[in-house]
Design a protein around this ligand. Structure first.
Ligand SMILES: *[C@@H]1O[C@H](CO)[C@@H](O)[C@H](O)[C@H]1NC(C)=O
Ligand SMILES: *[C@@H]1O[C@H](CO)[C@@H](O)[C@H](O)[C@H]1NC(C)=O
Ligand SMILES: *[C@@H]1O[C@H](CO)[C@@H](O)[C@H](O)[C@H]1NC(C)=O
Ligand SMILES: *[C@@H]1O[C@H](CO)[C@@H](O)[C@H](O)[C@H]1NC(C)=O
Ligand SMILES: *[C@@H]1O[C@H](CO)[C@@H](O)[C@H](O)[C@H]1NC(C)=O
Ligand SMILES: *[C@@H]1O[C@H](CO)[C@@H](O)[C@H](O)[C@H]1NC(C)=O
Ligand SMILES: *[C@@H]1O[C@H](CO)[C@@H](O)[C@H](O)[C@H]1NC(C)=O
Ligand SMILES: *[C@@H]1O[C@H](CO)[C@@H](O)[C@H](O)[C@H]1NC(C)=O
Length: 481
């Protein structure tokens, strides 16, 4: 059995603790001391380090790919939650294949996946609790009524870290995808990670794959850092979105590589009358150094559920290959809400259907009780410093009649076309704004301001607060006794 001891937020404290630990062991048991292996050291950056650490094996976990570990996870979290107010705790998932149903997280808690640890989500539907729909959605996304709880779930938490040395969470989504397509599911498919009503969340350095539906869903949260995720889903499977910040404030998403059958990142804030009533926007969101492959969807989508509002999104240094569109706005009459103060710069794209796409008639309503007078406000949308190659059509900008999308600014954009481009490269209706130094020539609704306005489109200086977060280097010793 492995036992993990000692935690320290700095290397110095770490070394003192190790020395003390060795002294104690020398005094009590020389044999154990000789077996102590310094190579079993764990070190990684996190928003908080933990005083207590344990391995899933300590709670009866079996990593054989066959044994169900739901009870082991529950026992581990139940036990470790007692340390919430005593320095917090860490659960290590060691090398192995750990089949499991859904389990819940606790506060002041770290889930650490070893690089050779694979969590396998059970494919047995009966292992998945059905929970209430989200209040800002009014119903499940796939079906009316409830939804299957996510594989890793947390609600009303503070200070949670999910990280690892690139360990894997495999949703084994195939049977869910098949049943979804056949209309055989009674409830909405589960996500891999969902954190609700929580704050101070870090999700980093893990690989997520084959989710039944979305991969990472922070909702009604604040202060979220998502960094170094690899997300891999078959590109033909619907709704396998990568990361969906939903009614969240102060979020940073960095250094992620996402291959998806849907949007790589979808920014949301509730659906029609339910989202309007709930009224919680997504704001202060930074996305940088994202690489996306999404042949049938957007690199970054705003909406279509945006009824609580989306404001102050900054996206930069984005690479897209073989994706349908870049940073896309999706909305509809009945959504209400707003999408405003959106800033995009330094995107490089190859093989795209549309570089720019805005859709005002997305439709897709939760029910027939939406308010047809609830018009979304779309304004101050900025794109600059974009290079795209092998593009079928530059832009398809469709606002809403009587509710034009305004303050659109597009500058310093070079779009190279595919062998068989569309004849009409810019098709604009019900939009207003400006352009500068854009090829091919934009539509008349975005009049060219001349080359001297190449930097016309704004990108804010200064940080959103989450960017000032200090990481600690956490160190833990393991001993094979
Ligand atoms: C996790 O929390 C949810 C919501 O509070 C609850 O319905 C579910 O039963 C919990 N799951 C476990 C495994 O305890
Ligand atoms: C979680 O927080 C929300 C919003 O504050 C609250 O409505 C809900 O009752 C809380 N749930 C639990 C289980 O504490
Ligand atoms: C993490 O693992 C994934 C899947 O095996 C791999 O594609 C990716 O390159 C790895 N990332 C790092 C940083 O090693
Ligand atoms: C779905 O509901 C139907 C009708 O209530 C029921 O017969 C069927 O067993 C349910 N399927 C699942 C997978 O729960
Ligand atoms: C993630 O892993 C990289 C190395 O691949 C490392 O430099 C970085 O500090 C880690 N970050 C976090 C937040 O875990
Ligand atoms: C225009 O965009 C390109 C590509 O991102 C960049 O290299 C260049 O510096 C930009 N020009 C100006 C004037 O900002
Ligand atoms: C260009 O895009 C087309 C689809 O429009 C694709 O079939 C082709 O492979 C792409 N060419 C290159 C060189 O990537
Ligand atoms: C341009 O967009 C309008 C409104 O969305 C659409 O009706 C029309 O068919 C489009 N024209 C072309 C040539 O694609």
């Amino acid at each position: 059995m492995e036992l993990w001891i000692s935690q320290a937020s700095t290397r110095v404290t770490y070394m003192i603790v190790v020395l003390l630990g060795i002294l104690v062991l020398l005094r009590t048991n020389g044999v154990e001391c000789r077996r102590h292996r310094i190579s079993d050291r764990l070190e990684y950056p996190a928003i908080s380090c933990r005083a207590h650490s344990a391995s899933l094996e300590d709670f009866g976990g079996v990593g054989d790919g066959i044994t169900l570990n739901t009870k082991a996870f529950k026992a581990a979290v139940d036990h470790l939650s007692q340390f919430s107010l005593q320095g917090g705790s860490q659960l290590i998932v060691p090398p192995g294949k750990w089949l499991t149903g859904s389990f819940n997280l606790t506060s002041h808690f770290t889930l650490y996946l070893h690089k050779d640890a694979v969590l396998l989500a059970t494919q047995d539907e009966n292992e998945w609790t059905v929970i209430e729909p989200l209040p800002s959605y009014g119903r499940g996304r796939d079906t009316e009524g409830g939804r299957y709880i996510s594989l890793i779930f947390g609600t009303n938490l503070t200070d949670v870290v999910i990280t690892g040395d690139n360990g894997t969470i495999d949703g084994q989504g195939e049977p869910w995808w098949r049943k979804f397509r056949a209309g055989e599911l009674n409830y909405t498919r589960p996500y891999l990670i969902e954190i609700m009503y929580s704050q101070n969340i870090q999700i980093s350095n893990i690989t997520l794959m084959n989710s039944p539906s979305w991969h990472v869903h922070p909702v009604y949260c604040r202060n979220i850092i998502i960094r170094g995720l690899t997300i891999l889903a078959p590109v033909t499977i619907p709704n396998t979105d990568g990361i969906n910040p939903d009614s969240c404030t102060n979020t940073q998403i960095e250094d992620c590589y996402i291959v998806s059958g849907d949007d790589c990142i979808a920014i949301k804030s509730g659906w029609d009358e339910y989202g309007i009533a709930f009224g919680m926007p997504t704001k202060q969101l930074v996305i940088r150094r994202l690489m996306c492959i999404s042949p049938f969807s957007a690199v970054i989508a705003l909406g279509s559920e945006m009824s609580g509002g989306i404001q102050d999104v900054r996206a930069e240094d984005i690479i897209a290959i073989n994706s349908e569109s870049g940073v896309r706005i999706k909305t509809a009459v009945g959504r209400g809400g707003y999408v405003k103060d959106i800033y995009v710069r330094r995107m490089t794209m190859k093989t795209m259907k549309w570089v720019f796409w805005m859709t005002g008639n997305y439709g897709s309503h939760p029910d027939n009780d939406y308010d047809p007078n609830a018009l979304p406000v779309i304004e101050n949308i900025n794109y600059r410093d974009i290079v795209a190659e092998n593009v079928t059509m530059a832009a398809r900008l469709e606002g809403i009649s009587g509710d034009a999308f305004s303050g659109i600014c597009i500058s310093n954009v070079t779009i190279g076309l595919t062998q068989k481009p569309k004849k009409l490269q810019w098709n604009c209706t019900d939009v207003a704004g400006i352009s500068s130094s854009v090829t091919p020539q934009p539509c008349d609704l975005l009049p060219d301001q001349g080359p001297e306005k190449i930097m016309a489109c704004n990108f804010p200086e200064g940080n959103v607060p989450i960017e000032n977060t200090k990481f600690q280097m956490c160190s833990y010793m393991s001993q094979n006794l």
